[in-house]
Design a protein around this ligand. Structure first.
Ligand code: G3P
Length: 228
């Protein structure tokens, strides 16, 4: 499973990009709104220069013509830009029309398998089931991932990838991978939570302590011999 970063914050992207784990970035209007004063196009183009992979930019039009117009504009910003549209009738039409232009789409705000199947049949590059928001209403978000993966696997014509979104904690990442998601788009906070383990920290402390104790007992001659 690939990891995308779910943010429009350039410093967060620079930090996670240094780890060598990112295959893309997803943004949305709420994430952009957190970056006060940021120009949308400049932000997306800068992100595309930081991470070599699909960068999702979301259309805000509610009609197909508007989504297509925005999508063509976004796609001209950088070859890696993919266009996010909501899973509505207008969104499906926009996906089908943009695909004819060779423009890839991320169909977002997906909450059931019917939406995911129709988005794939319309030609979506990726579909984004929001698993955290399903958990919020006492439904199992990763069950939806499993359902979509099973449906997509049955139809060999479907090349659409499952991008698990609305990831709230490290178990969402693992459970999405086990359920068949191709990608999980994660906040940096979740990646840091998943990377940190107290036994790793304790193990580092122990190794360093033992090493320092060894160094303290070595004679200067032995120390010299060891450095030849
Ligand atoms: O990629 C979608 C994500 O940004 C939504 O997350 O936590 O607002 O459901 P959340």
């Amino acid at each position: 499973m690939k990891i995308y970063l779910d943010t429009a914050n350039l410093n967060e992207i620079r930090e996670a990009a240094r780890w060598g784990i990112l295959s893309g970035v997803t943004t949305n209007p709420s994430l952009l709104a957190k970056e006060e004063g940021a120009d949308f196009q400049d932000t997306i183009r800068t992100i595309a220069g930081l991470v070599d992979g699909p960068i999702s930019a979301e259309a805000v039009s509610e009609d197909a013509d508007g989504m297509v117009r925005e999508g063509r504009e976004f796609a001209a910003w950088h070859p890696n830009v993919i266009v996010k549209v909501p899973c509505t009738a207008a969104g499906l039409e926009a996906v089908a029309r943009l695909k004819e232009d060779g423009i890839r789409c991320n169909v977002t705000l997906i909450f059931n398998a019917n939406q995911a199947l129709m988005a794939a049949l319309a030609g979506a590059f990726v579909v984004s089931p929001f698993i955290g928001r399903l958990d919020d209403i006492s439904q199992d978000g990763t069950d939806l991932i499993r359902e979509i993966a099973a449906i997509f696997e049955q139809d060999h014509d479907i090349e659409t990838q499952i991008l698990a979104a609305s990831i709230r904690h490290p178990r969402h990442v693992i459970e999405s991978a086990l359920a068949g998601a191709h990608i999980a788009t994660c906040p940096l906070r979740v990646l840091k939570q998943g990377l940190t383990h107290p036994l790793t920290d304790r193990g580092i402390e122990r190794f360093l302590s033992d090493w320092r104790a060894r160094e303290a007992t070595r004679t200067p001659a032995a120390a010299g011999a060891g450095s030849e």
